[in-house]
Ligand binder design. Structure first.
Ligand SMILES: C[S@@+](CC[C@H](N)C(=O)[O-])C[C@H]1O[C@@H](n2cnc3c(N)ncnc32)[C@H](O)[C@@H]1O
Length: 340
């Protein structure tokens, strides 16, 4: 019996390699339209204008296309520190969808935080340090825009928990803006953050809740790609803990793999069936953290449906919104407010 709607995938696009080459930035990526063929050819736009110096190749059998092009720094950025990349229809010029914007930081903008080593950036998001850093900036900018609707305090007055902070992708920016605390089960990542990111608190976390924090210690919490890796019982335990440590008027933003991630994974029929039946699917161990914690079975690959989230997470939280294809233009972002 089908009980859960697995939802519809969004058109997604991503760039696994972004290279600064002095005067130009090499952009290299993949576009996966929600339906194939797309109603009109899809193209990258820079600040709303077509990025014409790119080549596009179609792969109908994979329902995807690739792009590769050089973005001239001076002509594109002028004296600005960022440009915004989006996906548009080639003929209509219309944005392909909401929340796919990628804020690209100008090369050479100084930072007091060095790039983490590739062992840590790969472990966090399967990317080398330079591309990891660019996606970090883009995600932080997108998070700022999305969370503004729900935050009840200005950033400067917030106490923020970055649950599963990894090697500081968001910490690099957020630590300057609020009272930032990052926790993770990865000792090496926490040690790197402590050594390299100032004005922030980092703590090694055990696999299970509780954390060391008193009730209502935070005004905001983020968990980027953590519930995408936890067993169902661990998920419920961590939801309870997040709702305990975040204040009643606080906001929690966590990402999950839903229909868009599933499409990117090729819509495996057994996962689709299990999602339809239960709304939650554990596809097995993710080996990326092998040897990092005491339990190699802990870290897994997980899919959710929106229906399941709205039904089961509502024991601890009000579900404020779910934005599809948000993190890496793939994972959905869930915004929550604790129920106390
Ligand atoms: C996919 S990575 C994302 C890292 C970081 N949030 C980012 O976006 O760059 C997931 C992270 O969650 C951490 N993690 C997994 N389970 C956790 C838990 N129960 N508590 C804290 N961190 C956890 C992992 O060690 C890893 O650093």
């Amino acid at each position: 019996m089908t009980s859960y709607d697995i939802g519809r995938p969004e058109t997604s696009w991503w760039m696994p390699q972004i290279e600064d080459r002095g005067d130009v930035i090499l952009l290299d990526g993949t576009i996966r339209p929600a339906t194939w063929p797309p109603p009109e050819p899809l193209r990258i736009a820079v600040d709303g204008k077509l990025f014409t110096s790119a080549d596009y190749l179609e792969f109908p059998d994979r329902g995807a296309m690739s792009f590769r092009g050089m973005l001239p720094v001076k002509a594109s950025f002028g004296d600005r520190t960022e440009v915004v990349l989006r996906l548009v229809g080639e003929t209509s010029g219309a944005f392909a969808r909401d929340w796919d914007q990628f804020h690209l930081l100008r090369p050479g903008v100084p930072s007091d935080v060095p790039l983490p080593p590739s062992t840590l950036t790969n472990r966090a998001i399967w990317m080398g340090p330079r591309t990891f850093d660019k996606w970090g900036y883009a995600l932080k900018r997108k998070y700022d825009e999305a969370v503004a609707r729900f935050a009840t305090k200005p950033r400067g007055e917030q106490r923020l928990l970055d649950w599963g902070c990894g090697c500081g992708r968001m910490a690099k920016y957020l630590a300057r803006e609020c009272a930032y605390t990052g926790i993770d089960i990865d000792r090496e990542a926490i040690e790197w953050c402590r050594a390299n990111i100032k004005h922030a608190t980092f703590a090694l976390q055990g696999l299970e809740p509780r954390t060391a924090f008193a009730p209502d210690s935070f005004d905001a919490a983020i968990g980027i790609s953590i519930f995408t890796h936890l067993r169902e019982e661990d998920q419920f335990a961590w939801l309870k803990e997040l709702s305990r440590v975040v204040a009643p008027d606080g906001v929690v933003a966590v990402s999950v793999n839903c229909a868009t991630s599933l499409r990117n994974a090729g819509d495996p029929p057994e996962v689709v069936e299990r999602l339809k039946g239960h709304g939650f699917c554990d596809t097995g161990v993710e080996t990326m953290l092998k040897g990092v914690t005491a339990d190699d079975e802990y870290y897994r690959n997980i899919y959710h449906t929106h229906d399941y989230i709205r039904q089961t997470w509502s024991r601890d939280f009000e579900v404020l919104d779910i934005l599809p294809g948000f993190v890496a233009n793939m994972q959905d972002m869930v915004f929550l407010r604790p129920k106390k």
